[in-house]
Design a binder for this molecule. Sequence first.
Ligand SMILES: [Zn+2]
Ligand SMILES: [Zn+2]
Length: 375
Amino acid sequence: MSDYDDTEKVDNNQRTVLAALAGGALTGAAALAGQQTQAAARETSGSEQSVNTGVDLNKKGMQLIITGSGSALPDPLRGGASCAVVVDGVVLQFDCGRRVLENLMLVGINPMKVDHLFFTHLHFDHIADYDYFVISNWIAGRQEPVYVYGPKRTEAMSEGAIKHMHAMDYEFVHEILSYWPPHMKKRPTQEPPFTVKDVSPGVIIETDSFKVTSLETDHLPFPNMHTLGYRVDSDYGSVAISGDTGVSDGMLKLAKDVDILVHECVKPDLGMTPGGGKFSSKDFHSDKLMKKRPQTGHTSPSQLGKLAQDANVKKLIAYHLAPYTSVPAAIEMSSLYLGQSPGPSIWTAFSSAMKKQYDGPVVLAEDRMIFDIRK
Ligand SMILES: [Zn+2]
Ligand SMILES: [Zn+2]
């Protein structure tokens, strides 16, 4: 094969990748446009959705940004379930799964501007980019601390990520620091600028402009499995955020009268999918079996709609959505749980099930959606 042939091959590969990316973007954009129309038609609350506009940290106000709308297994069209709440330029990041850094950048937020990071729990899909976030902020010369909060074992997870998983990088940054050009004042700090704290339910942080409260939620009944939901209150309004959980008293309380509830909804209602996966098995939907043979606690659209109605939330955003309509490889990889995908009709079924229980506006999250919160 000549050099020319090699070049052609690379070009063709690149073209294939670009086409796939464009296809993904278009699919996402088309879905987004549909949801925008739906959301706009049902707009009844004081919060307003504006998609594809950047976030200006110099502006006053409160915004919610979906930094990941997807679920546990990889999905190239959705990052891991996570969101950011910005209050008067202060960035509060909730969970740090796949693509958080990229999605923050795409809406105009430098990840070095994240002030506080809250973990709902420590499952891999919620912490997947944490190590990268720490090391990249450190090596890029971040000076201001990031305050990290999460349930029990967050400190140990962070220590493991920085000093064990990235032991080589940890030594490497110290080595480059010892050879840093003396005339360059700007340099990485001696240690990663992260202050990490295991927290218990209650008020986690309160400032003049916002308050973050947390309560326990119900993901799995194992003694070492701690999960937290959060609520952010400010003069502009309020947002409640769940991690992975079944229907929980904690989220019901946190979401009471909130402007926006962002809640996981990875599990379909029974019978909503053709079957063949764990999520479509009766076991997975049985409270009795959940007690006897604990399974992953998640929330279905009907359950979420009822929770939103009971909590009197002004707008419901469902995230942690499974890759039913992603690329074939992602659907195939998740098939142990999803079984056969019903295709795009699954989202209509999700929305309808939520709307049967809840009479406010419903949004199925997409990455990088931005919502303005106003009283
Ligand atoms: Zn999850
Ligand atoms: Zn989980």
